[in-house]
Design a protein around this ligand. Sequence first.
Ligand code: CMC
Length: 428
Amino acid sequence: MAEQAELILEGKSYHLPVVTGTENEKAIDIKNLRDLTGYITLDSGYKNTGATLSSITFLDGEQGILRYRGYPIEQLAERSDFVEVAYLLIYGELPTKQQLDQFSENIKMHTLIHEDMRRFYSAFPTFAHPMGVVSSVTCALSTFYPESLNPHRGEEKINLTITRLLAKFPTIAAWAYKNSVGHPVVYPKNKLGYVENFLNMMFSMPSDDYEIDPVIVNALDKLLILHADHEQNCSTSTVRLAGSSQANLYSSIAAGITALWGPLHGGANQEVIEMLDRIKEEGGSLDKWIAKAKDKNDPFRLMGFGHRVYKNFDPRAKIIKKACDDVLNRLGIKDPVLEIAKKLEEVALNDEYFIERKLYPNVDFYSGIIYRAMGIPKDMFTVLFAVGRLPGWIAQWKEMTANKEPIGRPRQIYIGPKVRDYVNIADR
Ligand code: CMC
């Protein structure tokens, strides 16, 4: 007999189906719970709620495992590249050489953004945070490609929307940076690879060609791979939730970008560097900051520490830590902030508060340091996270759409006032 969970409520016994995943993860299927019992489940922050069955990413937070479509993140970071990983996430299998060449060619054909969209950039103030610019322009793609509004318009057309988005996103991101510094935008160069092209659009100037350093290209490629998917995190769940209303791909991804922006999610990479800079400016002593992080009455948190699902170590942080050392050594950069980061890591890892709560450095603790070494400004760190996460968001949107998942609509337990009569303003 199929495995079942027994639930006893008000003396009555109910049997609920148990669902088992490929890696033996277990869930109790409560779809019919309310119909059967009148009860719902309550789980704020969805800490223990499975929202979907997915075949994209496997993550075991206790053991520090992360796999895309079954392939360990360590192998992909070492041996693959970002465009191949994007293909793998979106289409489910590693591509043949011919498939990969075709995929890369298709992306190269769509890197330009419509000339009229350039005008958006001049309308934003130069002090605009690039995440606001990038999410707005991404959503605006749906206005230039209205055929994208129907998410069920056939595989070939959906693939074209996906290609356009993957191709244009680095251009959208790099132009947000150029706008923020008041420089002219740099058009994509299609003879360059995905990461080279992005770096060229970021750093090349009409007066000066940018020399693309392979060390930086490799490190950035690795970082993008590490960020490419992370199953049902905050921004991905947002993409799926927006997409579940049959919103188009561009607007669903724009919703994901705004969710990523927050400092508890992708925005943490910028916050980490700002925190380390502040510690440095105030003399480098860590005691005050550790005490603040532990103080329940102080909202301060040690940015770059802790994770909703990794309670042992973040496997991405392990890889990135090494990449960070490599980049700084190869570029000969001595960053005093790195010294502070290393000290902070050591102090926190030996402190009872952090040990008890299983708070370890996460991917964002190191990514900001690498971005800074590459010359990427702080405001752009979270945009880089978005460039990396894009294939994961697309894959999750595509899976949800193909599976015709129902509209996402959680319930609640109401704790407001009981029914009461309206009182005229003169009588209040
Ligand atoms: N500094 C100090 N205390 C912390 C921290 C931190 N960074 N993170 C968690 N805690 C404490 C928290 O106060 C709570 O303590 P207590 O049990 O005494 O109330 C306990 O640890 C559990 O915290 P939580 O908020 O219930 O954990 P969560 O799973 O809801 O939150 C998190 C996870 C990532 C939002 C949180 O650890 C955090 O705010 N970290 C700092 C922000 C950060 O680095 N975010 C990037 C995450 S990695 C990139 C990504 O994938 O998004």
